[in-house]
Design a protein around this ligand. Structure first.
Ligand code: PLP
Length: 471
């Protein structure tokens, strides 16, 4: 007989207690394979419980495969090979435990925007309309490249704002630039050597290396990637940020753009990936057309994201593939399901169509222009001639070159202690690059206008703790 201790005051129902007890005995091997269990009635009587409780426990054990029945002869224990623990750490290493994201007093980060300026009301209206009017699209698995209607609107938008000529069929929506790049690698550019800018967008370099792609780091000068140096590498695909180089902020002039296209046209399998991440914001003169708009030979892959123009947490980015790559993408790329939410795609489509997007960009351009002017004025006031600003003509960040004696790392360490989020150019450079210039990346999208003066004062104190206030 099974002596199962039953505790009627326990929060676990009686049948669960029976089930747990028998299960443990089987797993530990105390109840051996092929053992015959008492009948429902016998066990119920001996435990002084209802037959139903025993039946529920037995049924669950049968459903999970611990017991089996033989007709007219009862319940038996299945043969289960016991699983034994190896010498494996069963507790999370405290080093790996995730602390809540730190919120800084002032953030000079180049990532992220100030969410309080996002037109949530307008967005919400687009979302409501999508939920009531696009129900049919919400109940299906949609096209792996994204909702056609959104691709149509995006193709139209970049034709007007960026001079990118493409069909909706060429557009692939995805949850991040990194994902789109992975997709491109897996489907199209398998094992092709890549070139990225140095300094450049560090996340891409880590991603490419993790994917096992050969990566060459090609220096940038004040006009962008140095094509002569690019030509000396075996790279076939170059990723560049011509509208606003990440991180130096330079805008690639047309001479360099055509030089880059020349490099691309020299051999058949060369391509350029244009990362146009914050092109919406340009402060002096008109917006510069994309590199893709200069390309006459279908060699530029255009990638953009709504992370900087709307919100990074929408996770909404897209790429426009050249016509010559569509075939191969349709053949191999459509196995990968779409990574963004259909509701967000439909909402974005309506948000773009309604004019709310343009309204927001217009408002934000004006806002960023003033914020940037205020910031630069405050920098001049607090730092005087000890710094030099570079790359401030577009986008949401610029460089600050410092005239300091100590290494830049000391400043970054001090910033952390002073509760400032601050990065140096080192973050965007290869470890082996030799000496690190005394240069900071100053992102301003997360600063509030009324904080600028105090934030810059703190920044100056962080950079020049002793000589602060001296000119
Ligand atoms: C923000 C940013 C992007 C966009 O990245 P997502 O993953 O699509 O948000 C791309 N390139 C650069 C250089 C950026 O700063």
């Amino acid at each position: 007989m099974l002596h199962i201790p039953i505790d009627r005051d326990h929060s676990l129902p009686v049948y669960k207690q029976i089930y747990e007890w028998i299960k443990n005995e089987i797993l530990q091997g105390t109840l051996a394979a092929e053992t015959k269990l008492p009948s429902k009635r016998t066990l119920a009587t001996s435990l002084n419980v209802s037959q139903n409780s025993v039946l529920s426990a037995y049924s669950q054990l049968i459903a999970e495969g611990y017991l089996y029945t033989k007709e007219r002869s009862g319940y038996f224990v299945e043969t289960i090979h016991p699983i034994r623990p190896l010498n494996v750490e069963k507790k999370l290493d405290p080093k790996l435990s995730e602390t809540r994201p730190k919120s800084y007093r002032y953030s000079f980060s180049h990532m992220g925007v100030d969410a309080s300026l996002f037109p949530f009301h307008d967005w919400h209206q687009s979302e409501q309309k999508a939920m009531s009017e696009d129900k049919a699209l919400l109940s299906d698995i949609n096209h792996p490249q994204g909702i056609y209607k959104l691709r149509e609107i995006v193709a139209n938008k970049i034709r007007h704002t960026r001079g990118v000529i493409c069909e909706p069929e060429q557009i692939v929506i995805g949850a991040s630039m990194q994902w789109l790049l992975q997709l491109f690698l897996m489907v199209i550019a398998e094992s092709e050597p890549f070139a990225i800018e140095e300094p450049g967008y560090h996340r891409l370099s880590s991603l490419l290396k993790t994917m096992g792609t050969p990566v060459y780091h090609v220096p940038v000068d004040e006009r962008g990637i140095e094509v002569e140096k690019l030509r000396k590498t075996p790279a076939n695909i170059a990723i560049v940020t011509p509208s606003h180089q990440m991180p130096t902020g330079s805008i690639m002039p047309v001479s360099r753009r055509t030089e880059l296209l020349h490099w691309c046209y020299e051999t058949e399998n060369r391509y350029v990936i244009e990362d146009d991440y914050d092109s919406e914001f340009k402060y002096e003169g008109d917006i510069i057309p994309s590199l893709q708009s200069l390309d006459v030979n279908e060699k530029v892959i255009y990638i953009d994201s709504f992370s900087k123009s709307l919100l990074p947490d929408l996770r909404m980015s897209y790429m426009a593939l050249p016509l010559g790559l569509i075939d191969i993408f349709k053949e191999k790329g459509l196995h990968f399901m779409q990574t963004t939410s259909v509701l967000t795609q439909l909402t974005l489509a309506r948000f773009l169509k309604s004019g709310d997007y343009d309204k927001h960009i217009k408002r934000m351009s004006k806002y960023y222009k003033e914020l940037r002017e205020k910031l630069i004025a405050a920098i001049q006031q607090h730092f005087g001639s000890r710094v030099q600003v570079e790359g401030e003509k577009a986008g949401l960040h610029f460089l600050l070159h410092l005239d300091i004696e100590e290494p830049i790392e000391a400043i970054i360490e001090r910033a952390e202690k002073m509760d400032l989020e601050l990065y140096s150019i080192q973050r965007f450079m290869q470890k082996a690059s030799g000496s690190i210039p005394a240069t900071l990346i100053i992102g301003f999208a997360k600063l509030k206008p009324e904080e600028i003066d105090e934030a810059v004062e703190a920044l100056c104190r962080c950079c020049f703790p002793k000589g602060h206030g001296l000119r």
